[in-house]
Design a protein around this ligand. Structure first.
Ligand SMILES: Cc1cc2nc3c(=O)[nH]c(=O)nc-3n(C[C@H](O)[C@H](O)[C@H](O)COP(=O)(O)O)c2cc1C
Length: 457
């Protein structure tokens, strides 16, 4: 069981050039333009494992950011998550050069079929020997819907309803199709799998119809570790039923504390334990060997950041074209069909185009923690203590040095304080992060889709 006080740590990245801290790809030392080469990823995986990161969390987007100024010009010039390659295809290469690092991979289910997605994740769980997680997203871009032949995306809450059904189909495939003990691999008897223990899934639902057997034999975790990032009311109810790890990017400690508390209450309503979900907060860290070095580095990075690209990204997140407003003009915040929680935060704070541009010092909305090891550790520790979160999603600034700096400067300080592990435990990602597993506990919704073992004749 992982120690309760240990901070959990994921690296946050994406199979693209500009992820969150926009503009920093132009920094002379930044290597993110090499995202389409294997050594970029295998070197990163080795660095993260050296630093005992729990996982590499890979974001993804389907569709393009075309809300700002109603076109993709800034998106293309600044490479705001475009071009973007498939994140799932990176995992095998990184798994081959590591033993413990977990992988949380984002796949938008809105344009997928559960039958095929189930096999893709089972394959990755086999090849990583139980180190795979799935960040469940339903998307927030009309541009994605249009690219997939629809006029617009489903309404916000309807996307979660559809996702609920998608997950129920997946649980039938992952948990219910092949019983434990179905695979015999008995060469002498010429029986690979016992037909009595492999079951056909028959699902007739609102959105999905499936009649078939899961294509993969059971993998170490069966269901991958389930990550999720919705913090609207409906998003939290979805998380309470399905998620094991939740990402938040709160605008303040108060907001973080409220989100964590609401989630833990929802978990109990859903019949789970309050700590059945680990909550990760997104942060950007700029550490230095001394305070002066950190401040110098921060000043240097800021020269390359693109505040406008940050605004174009935020326009897509909220569905609001900030490009059509004057700097101090009040924004007409209405109901959002994009990321509801981001829009609500912007509305509550009355953010204008100017205040957002001021906020995006590093080209994005993540708060930057700048300082020497002791200052960074103090701040991280303070967030955990004051909000009840379990860990951090470390977003990148200049790549790969931001990860290397964290490992070399901050990690030893966290370890000295007893806040971070000094070695990996053996076991699956679910074991390492949640102290459970390798499969989901019986109180999780997925367990109701398991079958009683067949009686031996
Ligand atoms: C930290 C964080 C990371 C996210 N990563 C992705 C992502 O990689 N891809 C994606 O399509 N949506 C991503 N989202 C959006 C969420 O999946 C979700 O659609 C969004 O938070 C809307 O949820 P809500 O309206 O319930 O708040 C992310 C959101 C947060 C807060």
């Amino acid at each position: 069981m992982p120690s309760q006080q240990h901070i959990l740590l994921n690296a946050f990245n994406m199979n693209c050039v500009g992820h969150i801290s926009h503009g920093l790809w132009t920094h002379p030392r930044d290597q993110s333009h090499r995202y389409n080469t294997l050594p970029y990823w295998t070197d990163l995986a080795r660095t993260l494992e050296r630093g005992l990161f729990d996982g590499l969390f890979l974001a993804d987007i389907v569709g393009t950011y075309d809300v700002y100024q109603r076109n993709v010009d800034v998106t293309l010039r600044e490479s705001i998550q475009l071009p973007v390659n498939d994140p799932t295809l990176l995992v095998s290469a990184m798994a081959a050069v590591t033993q413990h690092l977990g992988f949380g991979v984002t796949v938008n289910l809105s344009y997928e079929q559960p039958y095929l997605l189930a096999r893709r994740f089972s394959t990755l769980d086999h090849l990583t020997q139980g180190r795979i997680g799935w960040n469940i997203v339903t998307g927030y871009l009309d541009s994605a819907a249009r690219a997939m032949g629809l006029s617009e995306q489903l309404a916000h809450d309807a996307r979660y309803d559809k996702a609920d059904e998608f997950l129920d189909v997946l649980y039938q495939l992952w948990e219910g199709s092949w019983e434990d003990g179905a695979v015999l691999r008995d060469k002498a008897a010429r029986v690979f799998a016992d037909p009595r223990k492999v079951h056909r899934v028959q699902h007739q639902g609102t959105h999905y119809q499936v009649d078939g057997y899961h294509l993969s034999e059971p993998s170490p975790q069966r269901t991958p570790v389930l990550f999720q990032a919705g913090s609207s009311g409906r998003g939290q109810r979805f998380a309470a039923r399905h998620a094991e790890c939740v990402f938040i990017s709160p605008p303040s400690k108060e907001a973080a504390r409220a989100a964590v508390q609401a989630l833990r209450e929802q978990l109990v309503v859903a019949g789970r334990r309050p700590d059945d979900v680990k909550v990760f907060m997104g942060v950007a860290v700029v550490p230095g060997r001394t305070q002066a070095e950190a401040q110098e580095k921060y000043a240097d990075y800021k020269q390359y950041a693109s505040r406008e690209a940050g605004l174009a990204h935020f326009s897509a997140s909220t569905g609001i074209d900030y490009g059509q407003y004057d700097l101090d003009e009040p924004i007409a915040y209405g109901n959002s069909n994009a990321i509801e929680s981001a829009t609500k935060a912007a509305q509550e704070r009355g953010w204008t185009r100017r205040s957002l541009l001021e906020l995006f010092e590093l080209g994005g909305r993540y708060p930057a923690i700048v300082g020497d090891a002791s200052q960074v550790a103090d701040t991280l520790q303070g967030w955990v203590r004051d909000t009840g979160i379990d860990g951090f999603n470390l977003s990148r600034t200049v790549v790969p040095e931001s990860y290397e700096d964290f490992v070399d400067i901050v990690t030893p300080e966290l370890q000295n304080r007893g806040l971070f592990k000094t070695a990996y435990e053996e076991g699956s990602l679910r074991h390492k992060v949640l102290g459970q597993g390798p499969t989901l506990p019986t109180r999780h919704a997925a367990a109701s889709f398991r079958r009683a073992p067949a009686q031996d004749i």
